[in-house]
Structure formats: C-alpha cells, structure tokens
Write a protein that binds this ligand. Structure first.
Ligand code: GTP
Ligand code: MG
Length: 169
C-alpha cells in the first residue's frame, strides 16, 4: 500500500511509527525526495509493505514540485492511503486535488482501493473533528495521530481488511 498526500502531511512520520524504517521527518515541504519502504508488522506475524511517496502538489502532473514520477512506485500497490492533515483549510478539496493529479498521471490509479487518514488529529478537538466529518469524501476514513499514537491500530485494521478482501479477489 502507498501513502498519497501533500508535502508535510505526515506520511514519513506515519511510516516511522508503524515500521522500522527511519525516514527523514521535518516541518517543511519536500523532505522526502525518494520513496521509502517499510514493512508493517500486523497481528499473528503477518505484515504488509508501506510505501512513503514524496509529496504531491496541484500541478504535479505538469511537473510542479517533484512531479509525479514517483507514482510509478505505487502503481503496483492495491491500496492508496490518502493523508490530509486535520488543520488543512479544506480536507475534501485537498483530497480532490490529489485524486485529480493521480487521474492525470494514470487514470488506472483510480481503480485502486482508497482510504483516507486525517493526520495530526491531536491538533483537532472534538468540535473540529465533527466539523471535518460533515464534509468528507465517500471513502473509509480514520483520524490518526502518529505523534500521540492515536488511531494507528484502527488504521492498520482498516488497511489489513482491505488487503485481505482484495487478495480474495
Ligand atoms: N502534531 C502532529 N504533528 C505531526 C504528526 N505527524 C507528523 N507531524 C509533523 O508534521 C511535519 C511533517 O511530517 P513528515 O512526516 O515529514 O511529512 P511528510 O508528509 O513525509 O512530508 P514530505 O516528505 O515533505 O512530503 C513534521 O514536523 C512532523 O513532526 C502528528 O500526528 N501530529
Ligand atoms: Mg516525508
């Protein structure tokens, strides 16, 4: 499965808390310049691979930012986890921008299973969380905080269930 998000969304931080990978993490965009892979241990000695992809911005399909050349690294994955921070001005809109960039790169990417993680949710109180919930895309979502270790088990369960379902075809 692969992580899809704007720069600074918390992709590498998530990878660092669910796997042994030690990606660079910093509070500025384009920290990750090449994809990082990590193995996520799941219950009963099962595991799956998580690919931390460099951040995508609007216009990436035209080469803006780092462009989309890294997306080939996730073409093989069956699941895409979209990651949008809880303090984003408009989570639904950010998701749409990301989706549109993927579509422009390769429409087949939209056949993949999509999940949404609202990251940095330690920065969103209950009121903001319910406000966020009132306008989300129609895909499974979870609030997570890699820093506070919240929602991580729920996220892994969600990913695992989708992986299992897609393996059974
Ligand atoms: N409060 C809070 N901050 C977080 C959380 N996760 C990540 N951050 C912070 O967000 C900033 C960006 O995190 P990264 O993991 O480097 O973000 P990224 O998505 O990999 O960014 P790029 O590599 O630039 O695409 C860092 O300062 C992190 O410490 C979280 O759960 N809560
Ligand atoms: Mg990163």
């Amino acid at each position: 499965m692969g992580l899809v998000g704007f720069p600074n969304a918390g992709k590498s931080t998530l990878l660092s808390v669910v796997s042994a990978a030690k990606p660079e993490i910093a509070n500025f965009p384009f920290t990750t310049l090449v994809p990082n892979l990590g193995i996520v241990e799941y219950r009963n000695h099962r595991s799956f691979v998580m690919a931390d992809i460099p951040g995508i911005i609007e216009g990436a399909h035209e080469g803006k930012g780092l462009g989309l050349r890294f997306l080939r690294h996730i073409e093989r994955n069956s699941i895409l986890l979209f990651m949008v921070p809880a303090d984003s001005d408009n989570i639904h809109q950010e998701y749409k921008v990301l989706l549109n960039e993927l579509r422009q790169y390769n429409p087949e990417l939209l056949d993949k299973q999509r999940l949404l993680a609202i990251t940095k949710s330690d920065m969103a109180d209950e009121e903001l969380q319910s406000e966020i919930k009132s306008d989300l895309p129609d895909i499974p979502f979870v609030f997570i905080s890699s820093v506070a270790q919240k929602g991580i088990t729920e996220l892994k369960d969600m990913i695992w269930n989708v992986l299992e379902a897609s393996n059974k075809g």
